[in-house]
Design a protein around this ligand. Sequence first.
Ligand code: APR
Length: 230
Amino acid sequence: MTKIVILTGAGISAESGLGTFRDAGGLWENYDLSEVATPEGFARNPALVHDFYNARRKNAAEAIPNAAHAALARLQAARPGEVLIVTQKIDDLHERAGSQAVLHMHGSITRARCAACGQTWDAPSRMRAGDQCPSCTAPATRPDIVWFGEFPYHMEAIWDALRAADLFVAIGTSGSVYPAAAFVQDAARAGAHTLELNLEPSETVTDFAEARHGRASAIVPAWVAEMLGE
Ligand code: APR
């Protein structure tokens, strides 16, 4: 039974060199999200969208998990079957740090999907508009990313875990995108203690019973050490 649900956002990978979205200089300052993170944008200009995600795939492959990722993997190893990571991140730094139970609710940069038949597979390093689906051969391949206006992955499993949680922790997320921004309320309604670990107060900080602010690579390992009684 999952006892701890941890939601992570772009802030957990910031110290691994992967940009956030809404901080100064963030991705959405340099790209029009309607062009690169919506199905309509992909339909209008698939080549632009593939270029955007090819660059993010390269950056993610070159990034190194930081002490926050490692601390969460350590907690999962110490508390087998009790710690679920729900990430808004599309990189695979949690897995490369050793985490097992990770649900990518916004998809994964390492995966590709066929818009025609729904088949998914490991994405090549560079995807191009018109690439054929290996299963149905339709020229309809896309990054396996959940775009704005699309329904996130794994929602039933996430809501089940929130209902069963004793503790909900949000790390490195601004609390500006739903349904993830409401998970703290879902968990609190189910009686869980709620903790925000973020560089600065998020948009939903007042929904949390407790909040600690600082860099993830410092405050997450400190919190895990506390959880493990060190
Ligand atoms: N340590 C901890 N927190 C940090 C750090 C750090 N080193 N650096 C930045 N942060 C915090 C910021 O203070 C901010 O609150 O991480 C948060 C990042 O917020 P966003 O850029 O909005 O990213 P996120 O919350 O993950 O966005 C949610 O929006 O664009 C969509 O699909 C995209 O998954 C993304 C979703």
